[in-house]
Design a protein around this ligand. Sequence first.
Ligand code: HEM
Length: 385
Amino acid sequence: MEIDTARIQEDQRSAYDAMRDRASVTRLGDAWVVLGHAEVVEAATDPGTFSSNVTARRAIPNSLDGGEHAAYRAVVDAFLTPGRVAELEAGCRAHAVAIVDALPREVTVKTIAGIGVPYAVRSQSSWLGWPAHLEEGLVDWMAENHAATRSGDRARTAEVAERFDRLIHGLLAERRGCPVADVTGELMHAKVDGRPLTDEEVVSILRNWTAGDLGSLATSVGVIVHFLAADHTVQQELRDLVAAGAAGAIEDALHEILRIDDPFVSNRRVTTREVELGGQRLAAGERVLLNWTAANRDPHAFAEPDRYQPAANAAANLVFGIGPHVCPGKDLTLMELRVVIEELLRRTGWIELATDRRAVRETPPVGGWSRVPVVLRGEAPTVHG
Ligand code: HEM
């Protein structure tokens, strides 16, 4: 099939929609792209055929399969239970309040650089017990990781990953001399198959939490704030939910907004055998991309993909994936996003898209927006358009 790469560069969502409407599984460069909802679910829930062992470097638990994956996944899950997430809420709220209160009102502010990035880095650091002085290094690392991902240059991405490893190895070395009772300290003593994790394994887990959390959380803040600033009806609905203290309904709303504009575009797989998917025959050893963004907008699963309908669309929502690799950070992410959006809405009268600068879409393979300029108003408008 003819692929319009210029259109993908310009507007990934509509380009993937158009590709999916022509074929649910299609060839793009040297990989198969899976775009249909049913086909993405089929591949993600069949790890025997669609293996996650796609990287030269072992990523824990992301690149593991089968029993080995289950053993490490149990270690990760123990850190992200609902009880542990609840313990983090007050700390996240303090960061959200400080960030939102420091932003000027009635002038254009940057949503991602001004709210998303500092909130993600501070929430992550306090969860893991990392010192405040690492904040600057982490912000720089995030920007470089993002740029490396955008460039599609694997060597550059590997170099950025190694920089992170050096940062964290240093942190672990300090802690060996002087143990600290926090999540990083706890992870250093966690056991898999009855033996302690090696330093390499601890760093790999922390790299995945960081790469998963920091980038996606900051980008998600951009997507949500853009959506609310553009759709005044939903903004008012969320303001009412915040006033009512309806935490569950707020998280459902954020989950639905991310479905409509899913910034976490795709994950890789490799076929272990010949298989038919979406009418295509894939040979063994083929590279496969599961495109969550396209699947989340498939009219076969969502009658009106662009319509905001949290209750109707929740069951089929694939923002956090499905199958054995389903995101273990889902509860943590939704709590962190809820808290920052609650404080943003509570501490402003209204949020509008800026008129002096326009929002800019991210460059593939990263989704969402790279810039979301907005104005935080002290007062609500008298009529919501
Ligand atoms: C908006 C934020 C996030 C989104 C959209 C997201 C999305 C996803 C998706 C779609 C997967 C499935 C990957 C696959 O099937 O290959 C996944 C896996 C994963 N996520 Fe997230 N995630 C987010 C935040 C987080 C956070 C906060 C953490 C941890 C603190 C995290 C840690 C992970 C890990 C470790 C995996 C791999 C799980 C496995 O291989 O078993 N993510 N995430």
